[in-house]
Design a protein around this ligand. Structure first.
Ligand SMILES: CC(C)(COP(=O)(O)OP(=O)(O)OC[C@H]1O[C@@H](n2cnc3c(N)ncnc32)[C@H](O)[C@@H]1OP(=O)(O)O)[C@@H](O)C(=O)NCCC(=O)NCCS
Length: 376
């Protein structure tokens, strides 16, 4: 067998067939099941996109109504999960709490084998419906407040914002958040999705696969970048300080969060839509500072490093203007990406083969064991 050694990080390695997302990094194009992301952002909703990802086709009106109704009806958490959140909320970071809560959700499992598609569609509805409830309940509890019960009359994104602070959001803000969930829902064999597929490929269950994925999304080189972007903007503090801060950061040769991408060689199409949302949320809130600072950072990094922004860059100022706490941004990413993870886990089960690569050996030559008294 021929050894194929990637240049590191499995870059360029094709790991499996997939029919979910197609990315053309050369021209900055992303499609879910053949549909352009810009069309889905304009015309679709998170629930509709979720149906597309799980079934490969856009839903009929009846399919969509059924999925929306099921997701709205299943937002409540199992009692054990709420009790667990009470004990960990002040001691775990958001992504750690989400990972722990999702792992515990297997206590309320749907009957059926781990790889059964019908059971997994039901599990997928439960999990996707409950991610926002976990994050909102966690946030309320860590802030010393009781969780707010989900409102089945509100849409998925609007209900999440409502559960955070009890205020029904402006419909335009809720629609923008729903589109943010569409934009983040799926992105091929990214690190967290690959982690989910590796776990599922052992024929382990969806809760284990999602737990792997959440742990992987948490890192600042992946989903954690949106929180890191906002931390940077808060640290910079004002438009006047942007140039000096970025010059110093570049002089230290630090990475700038929210820039660069393994696959896109031109600007990520999602980032362009998010830049518009950042501008619009700034208008609605009457606080343009975070958008203007972001624009200047974008310009400087392009000029100085030739790097384009990625999906995390303008999602930071957008979520901040929506009133979401910066340390929850990666969890908001997970509220969306869970739909893609589940699509991939079901695709993996449908045509499964254990994922088990090999390493290129760079260690010691073969040698004889030395007993303790021979080791000097
Ligand atoms: C996304 C990311 C991990 C992709 O990494 P990758 O494909 O492994 O690319 P590399 O880290 O090898 O970067 C290639 C070159 O571009 C530079 N580069 C890439 N992203 C950079 C960034 N955000 N800031 C500064 N330099 C960057 C690297 O320093 C490297 O330069 P070098 O060849 O002179 O050493 C990387 O761009 C990054 O760390 N970005 C910041 C984190 C982020 O925003 N993540 C969210 C991704 S959606």
């Amino acid at each position: 067998m021929q050894n194929v050694i990637s240049k590191g990080g499995l870059e360029g390695v094709v790991a499996a067939d997939s029919a979910i997302a197609r990315i053309n990094g050369e021209i900055g194009e992303l499609r879910y099941c053949g549909y352009l992301i810009s069309d889905l952002a304009r015309y679709s909703s998170f629930a509709e996109t979720t149906h597309l990802l799980w079934h490969g086709e856009l839903p009929t009106a009846a399919d969509l109504a059924a999925l929306e109704a099921a997701m709205a009806a299943r937002r409540e958490l199992p009692r054990e999960v709420t009790e667990l959140l009470r004990t960990i909320a002040t001691r775990q970071q958001p992504m750690d709490a989400l990972r722990t809560a999702v792992s515990l959700m297997s206590c309320d499992d749907v009957p059926g084998p781990a790889a059964d598609r019908e059971a997994n569609l039901e599990r997928s509805i439960n999990l996707t419906a409950r991610f926002p409830t976990v994050i909102a309940a966690y946030h309320r509890l860590r802030s010393g407040h009781e969780p707010i019960a989900p409102d089945p009359q509100l849409g998925h994104a609007a209900n999440f914002l409502y559960m955070l602070d009890g205020q029904v959001p402006d419909p335009e803000i809720a629609r923008m958040l729903d589109v943010c969930l569409v934009l983040h829902a799926e992105h091929g064999f990214n690190a967290s999705t690959f982690a989910a597929r590796v776990t599922a490929a052992t024929l382990s269950d969806v809760y284990s696969a999602l737990t792997s994925a959440i742990g992987t999304l948490k890192g600042p080189l992946h989903g954690g970048a949106n929180t890191a972007v906002m931390e940077m903007l808060l640290q910079i503090g004002s438009e006047q300080e942007v140039d000096g801060y970025i010059e110093a950061l570049l002089a230290r040769r630090d990475k700038v969060m929210g820039f660069g991408h393994r696959v896109y060689k031109v600007v990520d199409p999602r980032a362009l839509i998010l830049r518009d949302f950042s501008a619009r949320t700034a208008e609605i809130t009457g606080e343009p500072k975070w958008f203007r600072m972001s624009q200047r950072v974008e310009q400087l990094i392009k000029e100085r490093k030739g790097l384009d922004m990625n999906v995390d860059f303008y999602s930071a100022s957008t979520y901040y203007s929506m009133g979401i706490s910066p340390d929850l941004f990666t969890a908001v990413f997970a509220i969306s990406r869970v739909a893609g993870w589940l699509a991939h886990v079901m695709e993996q089960y449908a045509n499964n083969r254990l994922i088990r690569p090999r390493a290129n050996w760079v260690g010691a030559a073969d040698r004889d064991y030395l007993t303790m008294d021979q080791r000097g």
